[in-house]
Design a binder for this molecule. Sequence first.
Ligand SMILES: NC(=O)c1ccc[n+]([C@@H]2O[C@H](COP(=O)([O-])OP(=O)(O)OC[C@H]3O[C@@H](n4cnc5c(N)ncnc54)[C@H](O)[C@@H]3O)[C@@H](O)[C@H]2O)c1
Ligand SMILES: [Fe+2]
Length: 348
Amino acid sequence: MTDRGVSDAGITAQITAQLRDQGIADLTVFDAITAEPEMAVVETCRDLFVQHQCDGIIAVGGGSAMDTAKAVAVFVGDERPLSELFGEDQVASRRYPLICLPTTAGTGSEVTNISILADTEAQIKKGIVSNELLPDVAIVAPELTLSCPPSVTAASGIDALVHAVESYLSNFATALTEPYSLAAITKIRASLERAYRQPDDLAAREEMATASLMAGLAFGNAGVGAVHALAYPLGGRYHLSHGMSNAVMFVPVMRWNQAACPGRFVALAHAFGAAPDIRNAEAGEYVLSEIQRLCDAVNIPSQLRAFNIPESALSELALAASGVTRLLRNNPRELSVSDIEDIYREAY
Ligand SMILES: NC(=O)c1ccc[n+]([C@@H]2O[C@H](COP(=O)([O-])OP(=O)(O)OC[C@H]3O[C@@H](n4cnc5c(N)ncnc54)[C@H](O)[C@@H]3O)[C@@H](O)[C@H]2O)c1
Ligand SMILES: [Fe+2]
């Protein structure tokens, strides 16, 4: 399972050739996955899986291909409509093997137990969450990301950074997730701009692939928070890519969060390269300015108005985001609907 962009980059042919060399010749390639996948694609692909009597899934691509594959893997053999699989632990046991090869450095989906799909009717992105979605094998090869165009490198790289920061600040962060979150931040700060400017810099790609994996392991256990919750309706209603919608909410949500946990912002500041003796009072601003600097360096617009979203839509967006309680409960500072609307206004 892959998409056209990945196939056009020659990656699909390379992998199917290697499989054929190993005697695995009976392959069905599905490359009609769309970016920010919709439910209908999962249904089509499930039918193809059944029709071709497939016996396992290999996903080659970014989060869109991997999330579609993860959903198909648990949907095959389930008689219920796909909509009933949304939420936590609503799926039956997965019966077919699933291997994921990420071709972007961003989502960490190769090690997480969630598939995010666009519910076109409800105009929001929703998650199927279950450990049944965890791939059996993840093959993280930075070479597969060399052909990523700069805009994809930027958006997916900032997504990985959001995973790292939000998992560190999560109410469910632990001693096992924190080191991965912090190490991922340091790597992304050092390598994202290089991977963006010099796409064939394999050392930078390797650092980004490792950081994305570490951030995935961290947020797969600790969760992400309000940046993602406020990003979801932007993807659902206005079709901003996942990375872009997170990037635009990143600084405003962190400005809100810093008051709740100044000590944790000191640790974040150190991961972002601050001097060891940075004071509590300076750490928050330092982190915000580093995030803004990185987004600017990879040319990500930092204001909602740049995406043709009318200002009159903000209160409705706030209402939609306030419903993403699965993520809001991870956030270190609570948000009411009007707090969320204020944050959208700041991002506007
Ligand atoms: N399950 C999770 O844990 C999780 C976490 C974060 C995001 N996501 C989801 O992941 C999706 C976004 O994934 P993404 O940021 O990886 O982007 P993507 O998979 O949507 O890919 C973006 C574009 O880049 C192209 N592309 C990807 N790799 C390429 C390569 N190596 N060479 C050339 N072109 C390439 C694709 O063809 C596509 O056009 C969203 O749907 C988001 O909701 C899932
Ligand atoms: Fe994300």
